[in-house]
Write a protein that binds this ligand. Structure first.
Ligand code: SF4
Length: 231
């Protein structure tokens, strides 16, 4: 029998809600291969769903954890792109059948495709993200599947947002030399207007391995956050 491969963070409280965060991939599967990825290099760079041995047991284990821990929200935040697990529909069904809210973290590129849009539409909250502001930086630093473009990335999230009835959270990670320079704030404001999220989160790279090269100071993060959250 195949073992469960889901993994969990300790239950935590966010805005008064108990959150259970779960990874639903056995190893990294992603349509990008970011140079600053905390998980490492993408051995499986794909935008096609896969099935993984052990999913039935993993789903049973998830239900047991929901019953034992009684969280208010299940946050699907995976080792890569969670939409690539071909049982994600069943996972969302299980969470909803247990009367819990579900939040999905995705890099956002696939949200414009109808099959993935339909899946994400079933979640109460969806988080999409953005890290760089030029096509060159997107290709060089996020190394997506061939043919992907930054323009399509942004328009996919905007298309998703236009028809999504849930809460869309837009996470912007400021990268030194890419999204912190003169003109970045205005560009980001235009993108925020296009996507029209319910909530904006502004962050910086916190992984020690990449801080020197890609992180900005707390003061600069604060300045940029204030300018963006003021929109
Ligand atoms: S999108 Fe996220 S998971 Fe995928 S390679 Fe980039 S940092 Fe890693």
């Amino acid at each position: 029998m195949n073992e469960s491969y889901f993994s969990y963070k300790d239950l935590y409280i966010e805005d008064g809600r108990k959150v259970l965060e779960v990874n639903i991939l056995p190893e990294k599967y992603c349509n990008f291969d970011c140079v600053f990825c905390p998980i490492g290099r993408s051995q499986h760079k794909t935008d096609v769903q896969r099935s993984f041995p052990g999913t039935d047991n993993s789903i049973v284990e998830l239900e047991n954890n929901i019953n034992a821990l009684n969280p208010d929200l299940i946050f699907i935040n995976s080792k890569g792109e969670a939409l690539l697990n071909d049982r994600i529909d069943d996972i969302i069904d299980l969470i909803k059948a247990n009367g819990k809210a579900v939040r999905l973290f995705t890099n956002g590129y696939l949200l414009g495709r109808s099959e993935y849009m339909k899946i994400a539409n079933r979640c109460d909250e969806v988080v999409g993200e953005l890290k760089v502001l030029s096509e060159e930086d997107f290709q060089r630093l996020q190394r997506p599947i061939k043919g992907y473009t930054l323009a399509e990335y942004i328009s996919n999230m905007a298309a998703f947002r236009r028809q999504y009835a849930g809460r869309f959270i837009f996470e912007i990670t400021i990268i030194k030399g890419c999204s912190d320079g003169p003109g970045s704030i205005e560009k980001l404001k235009d993108i925020i207007r296009e996507i029209s999220p319910d909530k904006i989160v502004v962050a910086k790279i916190n992984d020690k391995r990449f801080e020197k090269k890609f992180s900005i100071t707390d003061e600069r993060l604060e300045e940029i956050s204030r300018a963006l959250l003021d929109i």
